[in-house]
Design a protein around this ligand. Structure first.
Ligand SMILES: *Cc1c(COP(=O)(O)O)cnc(C)c1O
Length: 368
C-alpha cells in the first residue's frame, strides 16, 4: 500500500543541477548564490532587503534582537504555532505573551492582541497559520497606536498574498521571517530568510547573522573588522541557496497545485476546515481538519497508510512554558479547543489527482 505523509518536498532535476553547479564552483558559503537568492526573494515579495539565514528559528531570533526585545519587555504571539515563534522571544530575555485565536482561521485574533497589551509590550509576532494571512491592517494599526514592532512569522506563508501585497513585502510590518525546512512550501534543506524595508534593521540583521561583526568604511579595504554587538553564526550556505533559488522559480506552480488540492478536499471530504478570509490568498502549507475523536482517527489513518500530524500543541501548555512563565491549561480556551480536534491531512504539490482521490477514499472509510 502506498503511504502518504502530511508534507513532502518537491525536488526536480533543475534543482539538483543548480546545487551541483555550486559544488563545482568557488564558493560554498558567503558567495554569489546567497546574494542571488536574497535578491530573488526581494523581487518575489517586493521587500527592499533580505537576509538569508540558517533556519527560520535563527531568523526569528535575530529579528527579535533587531527589534530591540530584551529583559523587561513583552511580545505577543499565537499559541497555535511551532515553538520557535515564542522561543525567539524567550531567547532575548523578554516575556512571551499569547493572544487567543480566531477559531475559523486558527490565526491570532487582533481583538485578543488588544486585550493582552501592557506597558511592557514591545512587539507582536503574528503567525500566518497554514499559509493564510493574518489580518495585517488591524495588527499594524494596533502596533502603530502603541509604537510596537511587528515581526511576521511567515514560516508557512511564502507565496501567500495579503490584499494586493505578497506576504514578506513588509507593507504592514517591520520584518517577515520565512522557513525553508523540507516540509515547508519551498526548501533549502534547512534555511530561512528575513525581509525588511528598513535599512537600519537590515544592517542589524546582517551583523547579528555573522557574530555581530561590522566591516564598513575604510575597513572594507583592509583586514580590519569590528565586533559591535554579540552575534551568531547563523549563515546559510551557497549550496542551500542554489537550491532555494531554483525552488523559488516553481513557487507559483506549487501554490496553484496546493490550492487545487485544498479545493478538492473542501468539496469532497465534508470535514470542518479552515475558512479563508477575503483578504488572504494563501499558498496553503497545511490542510488541517477538525475531527471528533482525534486520537482514534490518527491511529486509524496510520493503519490506512496516512501518516498525519497535529498542528499544533498550544505552546503555553508545554512544560517549559508552564514552569517558567506560569501558564496553564485554560489560559487560551479557543486555542485549546482547536487543538483537541485538529489534524493535518496530506498536502504537497507532487500529489496527483489519483493520489488525492485515493486519500479521500481512505479517509471516508475512517470518518465516524
Ligand atoms: C517551521 C516553523 C518555524 C521554524 O522553522 P525552522 O526553519 O525549522 O527553524 C517557525 N515558525 C513556524 C510557524 C514554523 O512552522
Amino acid at each position: 500500500m502506498k503511504t502518504y505523509g502530511y508534507g513532502h518536498q518537491s525536488i526536480d532535476e533543475a534543482d539538483i543541477q543548480s546545487v551541483v553547479d555550486v559544488l563545482r564552483g568557488d564558493y560554498l558559503t558567503c558567495g554569489p548564490s546567497v546574494k542571488a537568492f536574497e535578491q530573488a526573494i526581494c523581487a518575489y515579495t517586493g521587500a527592499k532587503y533580505c537576509v538569508a539565514v540558517a533556519n527560520a528559528t535563527a531568523g526569528l531570533h535575530i529579528a527579535a534582537l533587531a527589534a530591540g526585545l530584551g529583559p523587561g519587555d513583552e511580545a505577543i504571539t499565537s499559541p497555535i504555532t511551532f515553538l520557535s515563534s515564542a522561543n525567539c522571544i524567550v531567547f532575548t530575555g523578554a516575556r512571551p505573551v499569547f493572544a487567543d485565536i480566531d477559531p475559523e482561521t486558527a490565526n491570532i485574533d487582533p481583538a485578543e492582541i488588544e486585550r493582552r497589551l501592557s506597558p511592557q509590550t514591545k512587539a507582536i509576532i503574528p503567525v500566518h497559520f497554514a499559509g493564510q494571512s493574518c489580518d495585517m491592517a488591524r495588527i499594524s494599526a494596533i502596533a502603530k497606536a502603541s509604537n510596537l514592532i511587528v515581526i511576521e512569522d511567515a514560516a508557512h506563508a511564502i507565496g501567500s498574498d495579503y490584499l494586493e501585497t505578497k506576504v514578506g513585502s513588509c507593507r504592514y510590518s517591520d520584518m517577515t521571517v520565512f522557513s525553508f525546512h523540507p516540509v515547508k512550501t519551498i526548501t533549502t534543506g534547512e534555511g530561512g530568510a528575513v525581509t525588511t524595508n528598513d535599512p537600519e534593521l537590515y544592517a542589524k540583521l546582517c551583523a547579528l547573522r555573522a557574530h555581530g561583526v561590522h566591516k564598513d568604511g575604510e575597513m572594507a579595504h583592509t583586514w580590519e573588522y569590528e565586533m559591535r554587538e554579540l552575534g551568531f553564526n547563523y549563515r546559510i550556505t551557497d549550496i542551500q541557496c542554489a537550491l532555494g533559488f531554483s525552488q523559488l522559480k516553481k513557487l507559483d506552480a506549487f501554490k496553484a497545485r496546493r490550492r487545487a488540492i485544498v479545493a478538492y478536499y473542501n468539496e469532497h471530504l465534508g470535514l470542518p476546515h479552515l475558512v479563508e478570509r477575503d483578504f488572504s490568498n494563501a499558498c496553503f502549507h497545511l490542510y488541517p481538519v477538525l475531527v471528533a475523536n482525534r486520537r482514534e482517527f490518527y491511529f486509524k489513518a496510520k493503519e490506512a497508510g496516512l501518516n498525519l500530524q497535529v498542528h499544533y500543541i498550544p505552546v503555553h501548555t508545554q512544560p517549559y512554558y508552564r514552569g517558567t512563565f506560569g501558564y496553564k491549561p485554560g489560559d487560551y480556551p479557543k486555542a485549546e479547543a482547536y487543538y483537541e480536534k485538529c489534524i493535518s491531512l496530506p498536502l504537497y504539490p507532487s500529489l496527483t489527482d489519483e493520489d488525492v482521490a485515493e486519500i479521500v477514499s481512505r479517509l471516508k472509510g475512517i470518518i465516524p
